[in-house]
Write a protein that binds this ligand. Structure first.
Ligand SMILES: [Zn+2]
Length: 412
């Protein structure tokens, strides 16, 4: 018991280490050329597991207002993610009869990548997005959005101004919430009587089974199994009646919630099967969580071994992408321009800047072709198929693609 913090959900004192990734800067604070010689804040990237509810979590070192108010992540820059959102919209309209007379609210609606599909069908929508610069892009697309953080206070305001939604959704936001209880309580306040909640987030089971330690970063406060998230929702009067396992972000869950009082949607077998799978996989035992750290150290050794051998052989390595997960990986493994000349990213907000902590230049994707590298290290490995299928077809590019996770792999 080295350091005592209180569990974000159940309040129990937690001191069991899940994994300690050392000190790391905030993953979205890309550095400008002028800032290169300035001090950069680093915070402990140390994940704990609660022995009572098994919520894996980070301490809150930085207020969300400092992280999310000016955010450089625009969902629409990933084509496969926009397509994922389109399919989701079709599914919801079909399964729950969402249409022109329904209301849809999305929490952390980003640049409108998802709600635009409901708008196209004439469904009234409202996006709730804390980053003003990102929400502005959504509004320009015709997606009604308000600039707010979500919680019980916001939920009461939205219920009064917009009405209670039939579909309340949030993708990759639950993990980003420091006050988890206020957030879930807010959903209870806002949701329509017969409404459905869906949330997507990376599945802790996949993180553990596939070494996805780089999805741990300061912006992600919590890491959920289905069993733990079921408890969190139950505590706030919400029942999870279904769950789907999705391939997105290396393996995510889509959970379906409703009011505990709403008997119109009985719990399905997928939810029961998933609870049983997690039990069989040891997620109800502290020892399973405590074994994760050594797996992570081994992944680091293997990646460094590959990079050192490649550099000794005179190879040129560049990166692809500058995602949040890349920054955890680069900082934890100590990879800078000594291994990777530069990385490229489609997001113009990142181009011309440097990766936090490791100061690798982030350039326009065209530079990758010009550099004629031997290897391209794909940092957003969850998009590897999309990247290999598009960038890999570039005439004149003979580089081999490398993914670092779950273990270093050279793709053909
Ligand atoms: Zn707990």
């Amino acid at each position: 018991m080295d350091h005592l913090v209180k569990c974000r959900f159940c309040g129990h004192s937690i001191g069991h280490t899940f994994v300690d990734l050392g000190m790391s800067p905030l993953c979205q604070t890309h550095i400008t050329a002028e800032q290169l010689n300035h001090m950069e804040p680093f915070y402990p990237l140390h994940a704990y597991v609660c022995e009572r509810c098994f919520l894996v979590q980070l301490e809150e070192f930085v207020a969300p207002g400092d992280i999310f108010s000016e955010y450089a992540y625009f969902s629409s820059y990933a084509d496969s993610w926009v397509e994922h959102a389109r399919k989701y919209c079709e599914l919801m309209c079909e399964r729950f009869g969402i249409g022109r007379n329904s209301r849809v609210v999305e929490i952390a609606s980003n640049d409108g990548y998802l709600l635009q599909h409901f708008v196209a069908k004439g469904v009234p929508v409202l996006g709730v997005e804390p980053a003003a610069n990102v929400a502005e892009v959504a509004i320009k697309k015709g997606v009604r959005s308000v600039v707010k953080f979500f919680g019980t206070q916001t939920a009461r305001e939205l219920a009064a101004e917009f009405g209670k939604p039939d579909l309340l959704l949030g993708n990759n936001v639950l993990a980003h919430v420091p006050d988890l209880n206020d957030f879930v309580a807010g959903m209870k306040v806002l949701l329509g009587e017969r409404g459905v909640i869906t949330m997507e987030f990376p599945h802790l089971l996949e993180l553990m089974q596939h070494n996805q330690f780089d999805t741990i970063y300061h912006e992600h406060f919590s890491y959920f199994s289905f069993s733990t998230v079921t408890e969190v929702f139950r505590h706030h009067g919400l029942t999870l009646f279904d769950a789907e396992r999705l391939p997105t972000h290396g393996g995510s869950l889509r959970i379906y919630g409703r009011h505990a009082e709403d008997a119109s949607k009985p719990a399905g077998t997928r939810a029961r099967d998933l609870l049983a799978l997690e039990e069989r996989s040891g997620l109800g035992k502290l020892a399973t969580y405590e074994a994760f750290a050594e797996q992570v150290r081994e992944t680091k050794r293997a990646l460094l071994e590959f990079l050192i051998a490649a550099k000794r052989a005179g190879k040129r390595i560049v990166g692809y992408g500058a995602p949040g997960k890349g920054n955890t990986l680069l900082n934890y493994c100590g990879i800078g321009t000594d291994f990777i000349d530069f990385t490229v990213d489609r997001n113009p907000y990142k181009q011309g800047k440097y990766t936090p902590g490791t100061h690798i230049p982030i350039l326009h994707p065209d530079e990758l072709i010009k550099a004629r590298p031997d290897y391209v290290l794909i940092l957003p490995w969850n998009l590897k198929d999309e990247i290999v299928a598009t960038v890999g077809r570039t005439p004149g590019l003979e580089a081999r693609f490398v993914v670092p996770i779950p273990t270093v792999e050279i793709l053909n």
